[in-house]
Design a protein around this ligand. Sequence first.
Ligand code: ZN
Length: 283
Amino acid sequence: MIVDCHCHAGRGDKMTAPWNTHAPIEPYLRRARAAGIDKTIVMAPFHSNYAEANAQVGRIVGKYPGRLIGFAFVHAVRDAGRIFQMVEHAVRKWSFRGIKVHGHEAMPTREVCETARTLRLPLLVDVTSRSEVVDMLAPQYPEVNFIIAHLGSNTDDFRAHQQVVYQLARYPNVFADTSGVRQYDYIVEAVKRAGARKLLFGSDGPWLHPGVEIQKIRLLGLPPDQEALILGGNILRLLRLARAGAESPTISGGRAQNGAARGPGRSQILYAVDGAPATETAL
Ligand SMILES: [Zn+2]
C-alpha cells in the first residue's frame, strides 16, 4: 500500500500565500490516483484557528474516508492549555491519527509532546531548518515518534538536512519525510545511514505534485521490500501504534486492545498493545 504521509486540505484564512489560502483536495486526489497512491495523510494549511481548520479537515476526510486520514494541526503557543482536548476531540470525532506542528508558528512544547505520548500519536513537525530542536525533543520523549517534515528543511538548507540524517541514525524515535526535498543526495544519505525504516514518502500536496515526489523514491532503486517501507510501510507502522479513539476503517492491520473505543470521554480511549516505539539501533 502506498501512503503519502504529508498533504494539506482545506482553506486557510490569512491569504498571503498558497499555504495559508487554499489546499484543494480534488486535484490532488486525481494526481495521487494516477501516481498509484492509495491513502494520504491530510492536515490543515496555516490557519488562525486550528479548531476550525481541523473541523474542515474532518469534513474532507469524511468525504473520502477510504483515501484520507487526518492529522490534527495545533499551534503550540496559541493553543496552549487546550491541546490535549483539541487533539483528543479530533481523534474521537474524525479518527485523526497524528499531530502536526509547524515551527514557523511555534516549536512543539511539553504539552504537545505529552499529548502525543498519551494518545500514542506520531508528531509531524516542521522544524523550519532548526534541526537542533530535534536533539531536545527526541531524548526528552523517547516514546513519541517524531516525523521531521522535509528532512529538516523546506528551503534547501543543507546543514539542516545533514543534521537530520545524523539524527535519523541516532534516535530510534526520529523519522523524516521526503516532501519538497530537492537536494537528492541527502535522501540517499538518509537511507544509507539510517536505513529505509526511517524515511517516509510525503508530497506536501496539493502544492507539490505527488507524482513528481513519488518518483524521488522510485529513483533510489531500492530492493522492493525497502522501497515499500518508505512508500507506506513505515507510516502504517507508526499509525498502527496509535489506534486511539473511534473505530477507523481506513487502516488495515493493527488491533486495538479490546476493540475500538466508542463515544466521548478520555477514559473510553483504548490504546494499542503493540505500542513500543521503533527499536533500530544507532549506527
Ligand atoms: Zn506541508
